[in-house]
Design a protein around this ligand. Sequence first.
Ligand code: PLP
Length: 377
Amino acid sequence: MKIPFNKPYLSGKELYYISTTIHNGRTAGNNDFTKKCHAFFQDKFQFNKTLFTTSCTDALEMSALLMKIQPGDEVIIPSYTFVSTANAFVLRGAKIVFADSYVNNPNIDSSGIEKLITHKTKAIVVVHYAGVACNMDEVLAIAEKYKLFIVEDAAQAIDSYYKEKPLGGIGDLGTFSFHETKNIICGEGGLLVVNEQQFTKRAEIIWEKGTNRAAFFRGEVNKYGWVDIGSSFLASEILAAFLYAQLEHMEEIQTRRKEIWQNYYDGLLPLATSEKIALPHIPEYASQNGHLFYITCNSLEERSLLIKYLRDRGIYAVFHYLSLHKSKFFENQYTGEALPNCDRFADNLLRLPLFYELTNEAQQKIIADIFDFYKDR
Ligand SMILES: *Cc1c(COP(=O)(O)O)cnc(C)c1O
């Protein structure tokens, strides 16, 4: 039995909806399916304004434009994240100030943020790793005190919550990803959530190449033209059609993924009790959305051996992220302190296969093989 790391979920209606857009002759952006997707997010999560984009990366770049990030501005970002979280602000000339993770959770350690703030700090970007919420009350209090913007990189956090609040809807701006590897997909796609009212109008303009085209089609202005900077951040209706076919099945997808997550947690608990591995820590204020399941090994060497052990048995487990402050692009620019928790997750964290169609039988085999690996350790 070969068990892949990921297998994208398909509802079965994707091609049907895509063919509808083609037959209607409406394949460019911001048409019927895009509006259906926006309405879905606004109804389900009560988001103020949402804009479907070609990726989460694009939604992050839009965030940087909306906050008018300029050369010299500083943006605080966890080092344990995907490159796009930082790149979006680097593109505007910002200085990235990297923050560490918690000891027992890859999310940004909110107690370490305040010491990173200077008079140049403009924004804090939090990443809800594995769909598990950051400590938002603490981050909000810091942002309030120093008048900073908050962006939530909620790429992994769809339908996940901080206390009762949906992630992506708490900061000034939030971003989601529908990349093939996420819970809800359309190949490549993303969403910008605009929570801060002052950004609502301008977000739509930046999204539509710096024009007021969207307002024109609503009949609010009698001609449209170039009114601001912008780019082609809106995605094709073909992608919106794909996405909508997935959104209709969100409940079912999330339920199954959370079940698989819980099976791993329960099954591997004895190894955590005996301190051979560590399991994810879900703070009381956070939910999890079955986006990914990871274990933390006791060393890089042990993790490498475990990856090989599983691969020899047909199981594909993968690691990520390399600390961004130590990346090839950034290491020469980095002037901050050591970030030991981030480095430890980079070395020791291992993601296990988690996808809708993963059978209980396959999952039991994965768990059994991990027990075998640790038998004599
Ligand atoms: C996947 C991911 C992204 C990038 O999303 P794209 O839609 O591929 O641009 C950004 N940040 C985090 C934390 C991610 O997991």
